[in-house]
Design a protein around this ligand. Structure first.
Ligand SMILES: [Zn+2]
Length: 164
């Protein structure tokens, strides 16, 4: 082989080597891109899952909120019943049960506004839970503002009289 042939052969080999190197480099880039796409897919799936969890949390919160609203509504209705009943002084057994269920925790009676037996209420850190109650001494508070459930007549006094 002449020197030129050698030169051509070496040149060809170098070209082939460069092509092979370029091929591997290209494959590396393609693999890297595939890894990035897989990572993006994982992040997308995680994002969807996180969003679904957040939506479920929000739904649970709004369900809890609706429950509290319903409870408040019920309480308002019970109090309205209590007020109407204390005005008439004649109870159906259902009204009496409602009154007993909503009787004041401090005096045991029924009244429209704040309990007249209570001198001072101390609330906890949440501002709602009562942690201490100070009462007026007996005989020193306005009992006329309280209706005693046992003093209210039932619609059916006969059965009540029989029970007593
Ligand atoms: Zn009371």
């Amino acid at each position: 082989m002449t020197a030129l042939d050698w030169l051509l052969l070496v040149g060809t080999l170098v070209s082939v080597a460069m092509l092979i190197a370029a091929h591997f480099q290209h494959r590396e880039i393609v693999d890297a891109q595939a890894r990035i796409m897989r990572a993006q897919e994982v992040r997308l799936v995680e994002g969807v899952a996180a969003r679904t969890a957040a939506e479920q949390e929000r739904d649970a919160a709004s369900a809890a909120h609706a429950e509290v609203l319903a409870a408040n509504q019920q309480l308002t209705e019970d109090l309205a019943t209590a007020r109407a009943v204390t005005a008439t002084e004649v109870l159906t057994p259902e009204q009496r049960a409602t009154l007993l269920a909503n009787a004041c925790a401090h005096c045991g009676g029924v009244h429209a506004r704040a309990c007249p037996r209570v001198k001072r209420l101390q609330f906890g850190a949440d501002g709602r839970q009562v942690i201490e109650v100070e009462f007026w001494r007996d005989g020193r508070w306005d009992e006329t503002r309280v209706k005693w459930i046992e003093d209210l007549s039932l619609d059916a006094p006969a059965s009540e009289a029989a029970a007593e």
